[in-house]
Design a binder for this molecule. Structure first.
Ligand code: FES
Length: 154
């Protein structure tokens, strides 16, 4: 693809989300953007955007706590406490190697499970560019019409 085509494609998928100061104040906003429901988060000076329904069973990530695990900033799903890195959408879990004594849990990755998107700030406006990389990524399942009509509208 030429760079002009790249720019055109990017603008088709880029959406105005809100004013920077409003999102910073709210800390979290959920937006329906194109065919997706996306959670935009402001946390410790950075913006993140991630599919709002957890890849595991569709839990409401907008209600999850944000914590660091193994030096990585994660959202913790309120339903079953799965940990998902905000920057990459990677599922993290702890495991113990029984052959290594003393037993000590270490952090492991399940790979990319949650689709994350790109946030850009221009002047005082915040924009979201949907990640349309070919999937599937597990969280895509909960972006179908069946699930988009559930808890966000309750
Ligand atoms: Fe998120 Fe189960 S639905 S951890």
């Amino acid at each position: 693809m030429s760079s002009d085509e790249d720019v055109a494609a990017a603008s088709r998928h880029t959406h105005f989300i809100g004013k920077k100061e409003n999102i910073i104040q709210a800390r979290r906003v959920v937006k329906s953007v194109g065919e997706r429901d996306v959670l935009v988060i402001y946390h410790q000076g950075d913006f993140y955007a991630i599919d709002v329904r957890c890849y595991h069973s569709g839990g409401p990530l907008q209600e999850g706590d944000i914590e660091d695990f193994d030096g990585r900033t994660c959202i913790v799903c309120p339903w079953h406490k799965y940990k998902i890195t905000l920057a990459e959408g990677e599922g993290l879990y702890q495991a113990v190697d029984p052959s290594v004594k003393p037993l000590k849990p270490s952090w492991c990755s399940k790979g990319i499970k949650q689709r994350v998107h790109t946030v850009t700030v221009s002047n005082e406006d915040v924009f979201l560019t949907l990640n349309d990389s070919p999937g599937p990524i597990d969280s895509d399942y909960y972006q179908t019409e069946k699930y988009r009509n559930t808890f966000l509208k309750e």
